[in-house]
Ligand binder design. Structure first.
Ligand SMILES: *Cc1c(COP(=O)(O)O)cnc(C)c1O
Length: 381
């Protein structure tokens, strides 16, 4: 029996064809394919503007900058997230302030955020954790009147919906990831979507050294226009190679979501009948893409989370520990947040695991995972 992976990107001949077309064209850096990918992405996510960048981490950095977050500001973030969420505020000289999350969804809520607001709070980074849509409206109802910007970290959220629209569509600004661990991939890559034209313009310049004329435009003219550097920028460009793959991947998104939700439904049907296991589910007001299909392990399930991981591994099934907490990492030891300071985040992180779920997973592979959960519970599969 071969190993069941926790995640695998779905790539095919179409991506290969798109890549070779770009290579044949002779233009591989940021150019027409990046512009086309941005237009497609904006349409798909019902966003007014989309700006492609090299990663979601870069997107978070630029989102904070264009939203005006500066030295000395505070930015509320969940600790229960991939560490990039917590790191980004520091890039602009701001301080990340951790808020706890909801025990059911794993997302920030207006209640958990309100507890840590201060006079210095300038922004909140609200994550659609594992693809589960965050309750954005209640966060904005809290933050908008106080002049606090809510940045939606939709790194894992492509294909999830909130209030019948794609996640991110209701945000002032949202950021996305195309790392292979996410729903669609460009190898590495990210996107910013925003309702503000001026924020999009500035992000577009900042990703390219804040040049007043883009490299692609200069290349298009025989006598290159003289450029100006309007502020200190970065090289956060996506390449046309990546964007060409992204365009194909975006076309696959509806099919990916449909298949993931089918697999999730089967998992959930079995898991809800096993005492002591709880599966991630659609929250009220939205649907998840099940980017991470996680389960919480508790009494009376006979194995704890780590034992269940070991049991799965012994059957050549690769599961993963739940989402990390940033505040317990050495990088954040200086904040002095001891055990118990974010009880829900810690509980979820320590008692959940992510099960295999990917587009090309076979029914047989899923059956192996389900039967392992049943034997782990002492039941006959
Ligand atoms: C993966 C992830 C990121 C970082 O994305 P990259 O594209 O790898 O930089 C940021 N935030 C969240 C919530 C993520 O899951």
């Amino acid at each position: 029996m071969s190993r069941v992976n926790v995640m695998q990107p779905w790539l095919g001949r179409e991506e290969v064809a798109a890549l070779s077309e770009v290579i044949s064209s002779g233009w591989i850096a940021q150019g027409p394919r990046v512009a086309a990918f941005e237009a497609d992405f904006a349409r798909m996510q019902q966003a007014e503007h989309a700006v492609a960048v090299s990663s979601c981490t870069a997107a978070l950095h630029l989102a904070l900058k264009v939203a005006g977050v500066r030295l000395g500001d505070e930015v509320v973030v969940p600790s229960f997230s991939f560490i990039a969420t917590a790191n980004a505020p520091t890039y602009v000289g701001a301080q990340p302030v951790f808020a706890d999350v909801d025990p059911v969804t794993g997302n920030l809520t207006a209640r958990t955020v309100e507890k840590v607001l201060s006079e210095r709070t300038r922004a909140v980074i609200a994550v659609d954790q594992g693809g589960v849509p965050v309750a954005l409206d209640e966060l904005r109802a809290l933050c908008d009147p106080r002049g606090i910007v809510v940045i939606e970290d939709a790194a894992c959220g492509a294909g999830s919906t909130y209030l019948e629209r794609p996640v991110g569509a209701g945000a002032e600004i949202a950021v996305w990831s195309f790392h292979p661990r996410k729903i669609i991939t460009t190898g590495e890559g990210g996107m910013i979507t925003t309702a503000h034209a001026d924020w999009a313009d500035r992000a577009r310049r900042l990703r390219e050294h804040s040049m007043s004329v883009s490299a692609a435009d200069r290349h298009g003219s025989t006598l290159a226009q003289l450029e100006e550097y309007t502020e200190i920028g970065f090289n956060y460009r996506m390449t046309d190679l990546q964007a060409a793959v992204g365009i194909v991947q975006l076309g696959r998104l509806p099919e990916i979501i449909e298949r993931r939700r089918q697999f999730a439904e089967v998992y959930t049907k079995y898991i809800n009948d096993i005492d002591g296991l709880r599966a991630v589910a659609d929250p009220s007001g939205g649907t998840t893409n099940f980017q991470s299909y996680w389960i919480e392990v508790g009494d009376p399930y006979p194995l704890d989370r780590d034992d269940l991981l070991a049991h799965l591994a012994s059957l050549d099934i690769s599961a993963r520990r739940g989402i990390m907490t940033a505040h317990r990492q050495p990088a954040y030891a200086h904040q002095g947040l001891g055990p118990g300071s974010l009880p829900v985040s810690e509980h979820l992180s320590d008692n959940t695991l992510i099960l295999p779920l990917f587009h090309e997973m076979s029914v047989g592979e899923q059956a192996r995972v389900i039967s392992a959960l049943l034997t782990g519970s002492g039941d006959k599969p």
